[in-house]
Write a protein that binds this ligand. Sequence first.
Ligand SMILES: [Zn+2]
Length: 428
Amino acid sequence: MQDTDARLMAEIEARRDDLVALTQALIRIPTLNPPGRHYREICELIGDRLAGAGFAVELLRAEGARADSDRYPRWNVIARRAGGRPGDCVHFNSHTDVVEVGRGWTVDPFGGDLREGRVYGRGACDMKGGLAASIVAAEAFLACCPDFAGAIEISGTADEESGGYGGVAWLAEQGRFDPDRVQHVIIPEPLNKDRVCLGHRGVWWAEIETRGRIAHGSMPFLGDCAVRHMGAVLAEMEATLFPALAGRTTAMPVVPEGARQSTLNINSIHGGEAEPEPGYDGFPAPCVPDSCRIVIDRRFLIEEDLGEVKAEIAAMMERVRAARPGFAYEIRDMHEVIPSMTEADAPVVRTVSAAIQRVLGRGPDYVVSPGTYDQKHIDRIGRMKNCIAYGPGILDLAHQPDEWVGVDDMADSAKVMALTLAALLDPR
Ligand SMILES: [Zn+2]
């Protein structure tokens, strides 16, 4: 075993240039989401590459999924290479989409420049570097260990950044993550090469609307101002809700530490007259707002129950209603995900941890992500519990200008992935 590990690490070292070139090729396909561009091209790149390594490749369009259209089809790729003997299937899942570029770049966001040991570009760390590392890890393993048990699967999936409904959620609905098909899942999100991410907090998005009555702004007493009603809601949040959330902490090892408590963000507020059309430079008209809306983003802990999370907000709204004559409101559910956390002694956690120890000479930190990622679908729809996120790249760089991934970090995590395959697939 020692010997196999050493050969695998040397094999990855010999493939460094190839690892960089593959990462660059992936970055140069601008898979922006929304709206979801170039999914077919990136799936073909991944599929052609893995077909060359002996994988059976399927390109699957998530027809009928949210956001799938003929103009922006949601293409996914799954490649599978089976060994000569029965055994477990190890699946590496990466999302292929990237978020918008934004301002502040000093390099070409889709150039894939290599400078001082870093590859730059939108998606470099989140998560094309991790995808490339998993492909090179699998190829190195196959070169060293042609006789193995079980199977390796690698998928490139759509739409993680917008909820994963045209990607992992859809594939899970097709049974692609059923536990009798796949036994270990590793998602190479950029959690750093020395950390194992066990899961994520839960999320509930809702829109709250307060209602009033329109009237002339010079006689506001003839109307009822929805913005003032919302002001009362915000004041109640400050007085009671935020202190209550801050006092609730989790045993989940969430990083950063500030996310180890319940949190609530107010994503937006809209009330009164709509924004003027572009080009209009007149004044607004004087009206009492008859509607005000906020979108809340509530992140909750594994110790909390989603029903109680919703009931807490409803109770807060009822307190405001009791104190304000004529107060009318509505709460509309938008989106919800329950927390997910893989057991620290699950097989994939133990195996990847041992590989990190071998490659880096120290054991990993176990972390939980403040926000959700595709593990939610693998857990909830696929019912596959033996799943983690592990991959190269610094999470703080994700979605930032001048995003990059370190070549050393990619090579080290590719070694961890290759050693993981060796530990799980019984090579001879
Ligand atoms: Zn990501």
